[in-house]
Every structure is written in structure tokens, then in C-alpha cells.
Design a protein around this ligand. Sequence first.
Ligand SMILES: [Fe+2]
Ligand SMILES: [Fe+2]
Length: 154
Amino acid sequence: MDEVADVHSAEQQLIKALPKMAKAAQSEELRTAFETHLEETLAQVNRLKEAMESIGEPLKSKKCKAMEGLLAEGKEMMEEHKGEPTIDAVLIAAAQKVEHYEIASYGTLIAWAKQLGHDDAAELLTETLDEEKAADEKLTGIAENTANTEAEEG
Ligand SMILES: [Fe+2]
Ligand SMILES: [Fe+2]
């Protein structure tokens, strides 16, 4: 339950950060990727609620210090590279750290849900895990196809 409360807080923090990251992005493609993931993240919070309902527990939130740290670092990087050709590469770096943290968290939650026989919750959380992995891969694609080259040329 503590781990669910942690990831719930992580998602809530990300909901506040993603619009700022979208605004800072230079390429349309990256901006759209952040906006799309914001929509997904909102749905992921609902999915967490559904998962908790399926096992008869309330959805709580406990400040995720790891996400707080990742976003603080991301903000710092964003400010240092604001408006520069490196900005998209830097935004992707920060965002991928966040996605990998979420992938680790959901991987653990799914394993624990299965262990405890909460199959419905495990299934719901797997949908979210798949979205996190897809978001991460999309960011890798943008970095390799455009953002890293732009950063180097700039
Ligand atoms: Fe998420
Ligand atoms: Fe995510």
C-alpha cells in the first residue's frame, strides 16, 4: 500500500511538471509526446484508483521524494538550457529518468500484486507499465532521430 501511495504521488507530481516540459520543448514532435503522456498519466491515476478498488483498499498518496528529486534536477537542467539547441536533448534525458523510475515502480507493484493474488490489479497496472515503456521508447526515438543531432550542431 505504501508503494502504491508513493507511485500515486509520483504521478501527481508528473501531472504538474509535464505541461512545463511541453512548453519548454522546441520540436513539435517532443511537445506532442509530452502532451500525449500527460493524457496517459491522468488516466494512469484513475487506473490506480480502479486497481485499489479491485482489492477493496482506498487510494492514498505519500510524497514521492525520488520523483521530487528527479523533477528538481530536470527543472534545473531546463533552466540552464532554456531556448538553446540542446534543450530537447536535455528534456528527453530528464524525462527518461522519470519514465525509468515509473517502470521500476510498476514492475514491483505488478510482481507484488501477482504474489498476493490480486490479478485484476496486476492486469490494470500492466496496462500502465506498457504505456510507460512505450513513452520511454518514443523519447529514445526522438533523441536518436532529431534532438541529439540538433544539440550537437547547436
Ligand atoms: Fe505514469
Ligand atoms: Fe510516465
